[in-house]
Design a binder for this molecule. Structure first.
Ligand code: ACO
Length: 324
């Protein structure tokens, strides 16, 4: 008999500290009006000193496990999407595994920038479908504000910190209907962080440190095109029509990108989960954060059809169609 994965529970976590657009106006030449009209962002949460990606991931994971009624000892695997791990190694998934007391199960990170949660979800789903795992914790967690240049208004206004998680369980019924992942490594210069272990951190060169470099308007165009294509691909793969969808749960980078995808799907914005106004772009954290908010607010109900999608650095992009 075929085995599918089902989302048994969701959770999320945000740092307590909030930075509003007005706060940003104090130290960078920008305005609440510019940020809100170009991106839809009004505020973002920012990790306090010493608060790490693993801290947020652990909180989100505990909430998802509680919602699912699953004990850490039942986990076969932890897959964590992040581009801001606590350490180079061990992986943040291993740090979280130990804190949860789930020692022994497989644990690893996936780096696909803003698409990290969808990549991680696809890995968890695939292990369950193949019969190699029955209970998987999938996390998207980031402290992206740690790699921002707070004097660069082109990037520092866009990002925030946060984490979300889901517990996947094997089930006779789907569940996750399909996932679709893509990448194009040829567009690196449009969105990247120029430093690393092997390339070096170049501390002697001014402005060469850890920071996000982005050609925003080009990224915008590529994102809209890639997301249009992946939502079409997802519906076609399942023989479904856009009118079958109950909710769009998109990556929260920019309200105008979200609106473009909603338009493609002929969905009114009251069927789209939007958190970008409160969270900014939390990269791999954004989709599971939005999903958890939608579940806990009672918007998303069991049995409904959800389309999740994301686009990010790499470029990477992907989607998941889920019968919740
Ligand atoms: N405040 C005020 N003015 C600003 C700001 C700011 N914070 N930032 C840029 N500007 C100025 C620019 O300098 C430019 O001025 P100029 O015309 O005098 O040169 C002007 O505003 C317009 O800049 P554009 O880049 O053309 O503005 P655009 O409408 O494209 O909006 C934005 C910029 C918001 C970045 C948009 O392009 C965007 O959201 N792009 C997509 C980003 C994204 O989705 N990234 C996702 C992945 S992130 C990841 O994977 C880690």
């Amino acid at each position: 008999m075929a085995v599918f994965s089902r989302i048994a529970g969701t959770g999320s976590a945000l740092p307590a500290k909030v930075l509003t657009n007005k706060d940003l106006e104090q130290f960078v030449e920008t305005s609440d009006e510019w940020i809100a009209s170009r991106t839809g962002i009004r505020q973002r949460h920012v990790a306090s000193e010493g608060e790490t990606t693993a801290d947020l991931a652990e909180r989100a994971a505990r909430a998802a496990l509680a919602a699912a009624g699953v004990e850490p000892s039942e986990l076969d695997m932890i897959v964590l999407g992040t581009t801001t791990p606590d350490l180079i190694f061990p992986s943040t998934a291993c740090l979280v595994q130990h804190r949860l007391g789930a020692n022994g199960c497989a644990a690893f990170d996936v780096n696909a920038a803003c698409s990290g949660f969808l990549y991680a979800l696809s890995v968890g789903d695939s292990f369950i479908r193949a019969g190699n795992a029955r209970t998987v914790l999938v996390i998207g967690a980031e402290t992206l504000t740690r790699m921002l240049d707070w004097s660069d208004r082109n990037t520092c206004v866009l990002f925030g910190d946060g984490a979300g998680a889901v517990v996947l369980k094997a089930d006779a019924e789907a569940g996750i209907l399909s996932t679709h992942l893509h990448a194009d490594g040829g567009k690196k210069e449009l969105l990247y962080n120029p430093v690393g272990v092997s390339v070096g951190f170049k501390p002697e060169e001014k402005n060469a440190g850890v920071r996000v470099l982005m050609t925003g308007n080009e990224v915008f165009k590529h994102a809209v095109k890639a997301l249009d294509s992946v939502v079409d691909e997802t519906l076609a793969a399942n023989g479904l029509d856009k009118s079958d969808l109950d909710w769009l749960i998109p990556h929260q980078a920019n309200l105008r990108i979200i609106e473009a995808t909603a338009k493609r799907l002929e969905m009114s914005m009251d069927r789209v989960i939007v958190t970008v106004d409160k969270h900014g772009n939390t990269s791999a954290g954004s989709v599971p954060l939005a999903l958890d908010e939608a579940v806990r607010s009672g918007k998303v109900q069991r049995g409904q059809l959800l389309l999740l999608e994301a686009f990010g650095g790499g470029f990477t992009w992907g989607s998941a169609l889920i019968r919740y």
